[in-house]
Design a protein around this ligand. Sequence first.
Ligand code: ZN
Length: 330
Amino acid sequence: MLPFKLIYSDDYYLPIGAHVFPAEKYRRIRDRLLETGIAEPSDFLTPRPASDEDILLVHTPEYVRKLRTGTLSAHEELEMEIPFSPELVQAFWLAAGGSILAADYALKDHLAFSVGGGFHHAFPDHGEGFCMIHDVAVAIRRMQRDSKITRAMTVDCDVHQGNGTAAIFAGVHVANEPLPSGSASTLNWSRPSKALNDRVGDVFTISLHQENNYPAWKPPSSIDVDLPDGIGDDDYLAWLDNALSSGLRQFDPELICYIAGADPYREDQLGGLSLTIEGLKRRDELVFRVAEARSIPVMVTFAGGYAQRVEDTVTIHCNTVIAAKEVFGD
Ligand SMILES: [Zn+2]
């Protein structure tokens, strides 16, 4: 039995037809975890859909009304890049409910997964990039509303910048500063100045992503690490370590929301970084070790993953569970 819960439902499946997003991955992750003995049936918990009240903690009434009545404009549907249906609305409400449950269990058990979620391109008033509802933001706002936490940190390791997250929690706007001298790279490294730090909001957002990729417009996170094309395991891990250290020097979260995208993988169809499957597992271990050393609870969501072989995406996501078991297990 795992020392943490896996929140999962067969209804996480997104009814989007033939699409680059492998909507069947959630079920395949669940099946693989069971077949390989990493997890037992009792490790899984089934979520309920979020309520409209929960969704409205993040999203505008107008947007929620359009989703509920099926009245998105053609442009709005196009921007979401997945075909609208009432069933899809249900799936996103369920993803948000799953992330709320995962956050709740993370606060109880130090760690919990939603075997789904991580829809970090959703904005308060519109969806983008396969994301209708920002499940992670809904979970954070719900934990805050219930007075279970005050401060949360998002650690977004999807290959695409967390533009929705940055826009929702825009408490910190930072200017890009040059790297400290002696740094090994010319990466675009943003960090809050002292004056800006005084205005830090209640959610600190970290995003490591490929600079030359979607989204074209990247609203500033608290820390953005804009990685060059083709970066490999060691450079990536050094930058992640840097970003986590810097973020945790400036901010003391009561919950870390780890968005563990599988798309920094070198064989990803929508990504241009060069991480190996092993490097991605080391990435997961690093996040978990840092959180565990500081006793900060972690809730994990899976976000993107578009490997040419869906099997690889499934392996990368399952490895995140294995890494957690290794770090948090006895
Ligand atoms: Zn992505």
